[in-house]
Design a binder for this molecule. Structure first.
Ligand code: ZN
Length: 435
């Protein structure tokens, strides 16, 4: 078999270089060899990309792969397959596994299993505190120096409650240029909360999770980032107030990056009226004005990245009454479709901007070597090709994830992933996973 692949006739959108136009991409031994209109390469295997957009493989800063500990909900293998089918070549699994990824052994195991599966590159996130208990710092240095080379730490699922600890973490992480990613929630205001606090929660009689509980922690975190000069990343911004705080902090030069999840720019708290726990998530679905503020934040770059917060749950855990269900929803296989259908088609973002938030944007938030572009000679061929015009209906039963908790079942989306290359090898070909 030829070691050369020619992706021919596509529209190349590479946000890192600013390229947007027709170009062929020649891949040789897993590496990009040439990018130009009308590349001629004798002996190369030609992949017809007519009608397709070719771009860097997507990078997801925030997923839950549930391994080790809850392999009934997802595994590194099933989650990697879901990611590849969603157009991703790199994912960052959060440390809230069992055992918690708070030491070199667990992060190395997760990274090694990711390599063994080989469908996406897996860059683990380490815990900030031991056991994510919020009491004492985990061995960030040991995880950073481990074979997994962790450069992003988070207690995601929980906030870092004590300001002193977050300050220490931000200061300590500077020594290896690592990022502290915080889940902003003041739990003294959200204890027992079931959904966003507003008119709908009042009507349904469910205890509310006020936007202020997120915004006050975002404000605190930004002040501490400013105080320490450390690198802060804010997970899953859900409220307009949070977006505004980040916008102002960026304007005064604070080292902060932020992500938003597709459900926070597509769904509102109105969904809770169904009492279908598939819509229960943390932070919760908020109001229309928040959805629009998150879209605006993505459009103007206040929000650097779309991150799915892919959170698979076993059926017997999630398909119970609302109050008993754990928060979280699937995201990897629907992210591109939602970005195209809800952000690009209505005109909130241009295609190249939207793809930036899936590629170069997240690659700016932490180190994901070889991912996010630019697509240029010498770079590893981590590439996605999708058909922006293809329409499809989400079918929960057809997802590659082990779990079924997608809030988008039955929804029509635009944009179908056709091919994905990881270092020049197909992980997805003609819309199907290669293994
Ligand atoms: Zn979280």
């Amino acid at each position: 078999m030829s070691r050369k692949l020619l992706l021919r006739g596509g529209r190349l959108v590479d946000p890192a270089s600013g390229h947007d136009g027709a170009a062929d991409v020649l891949v040789d031994h897993g590496v990009i060899a040439e990018v130009d209109a009308g590349v001629r390469a004798a002996g190369a295997r030609v992949v017809d990309c007519g009608g397709l957009v070719v771009c860097p493989g997507f990078v997801d800063l925030h997923v839950h792969l549930r391994e080790p500990g809850r392999e009934d909900a997802e595994t590194i293998e099933s989650g990697s397959r879901a990611a590849a089918l969603g157009g991703y070549t790199a994912v960052c699994p959060m440390p809230n596994t069992d055992p918690v990824a708070d030491n070199a052994g667990v992060v190395e195991m997760v990274a090694a299993r990711g390599r063994e599966v080989g469908l996406v590159d897996v860059f683990p996130v380490g815990a900030v505190t031991l056991g994510q208990r919020g009491a004492e710092l985990a061995e960030l240095g040991a995880m950073a120096r481990s074979a997994a080379a962790v450069d992003c730490f988070s207690d995601d699922g929980h906030p870092i409650r004590e300001a002193r600890l977050l300050r220490l973490a931000l200061e300590y992480a500077r020594a290896f240029d690592a990022v502290i990613a915080d889940h902003a929630e003041d739990s003294s205001l959200t204890d027992g909360a079931q959904m966003h606090e507003g008119e709908v929660s009042a009507m349904l009689g469910l205890r509310g999770w006020p936007a202020a509980a997120e915004e006050m922690v975002v404000a605190r975190d930004l002040l501490l980032a400013e105080l320490t000069g450390g690198r802060l990343h804010l997970c899953h911004l859900s409220s307009g107030g949070s977006v505004e705080l980040v916008r102002a902090a960026k304007a005064r030069g604070v080292r902060v990056t932020a992500e938003a999840a597709p459900h926070h720019f597509t769904l509102t708290d109105e969904e809770a009226r169904s009492f279908d726990p598939v819509f229960k998530v943390n932070p919760p679905l908020r109001e229309k004005a928040d959805v629009e503020a998150v879209r605006q934040g993505l459009a103007d770059g206040t929000v650097d990245a779309v991150a799915t917060d892919h959170a698979p749950h076993a059926r017997e855990d999630k398909e119970v009454e609302w109050a008993a269900a754990p928060p979280g929803m699937l995201g990897l296989e629907t992210a591109l479709g939602l970005v195209l259908s809800e952000l690009v088609e209505p005109g909130w973002l241009r295609l190249s901007q939207a793809l930036e938030r899936l590629t170069a944007g997240p690659a700016r938030c932490r180190r994901v070597p070889g991912h996010g572009g630019p697509i240029e000679p010498g770079a590893p061929a981590n590439l996605t090709a999708f058909d922006p015009a293809a329409r499809w209906a989400v079918d929960a039963a057809a997802l590659a994830s082990r779990a079924r908790n997608t809030p988008y079942h039955g929804r029509q989306l635009s944009g179908r992933v056709v091919h994905v290359l990881l270092r020049g090898s197909f992980t997805v070909r003609d819309g199907g996973a290669t293994r």
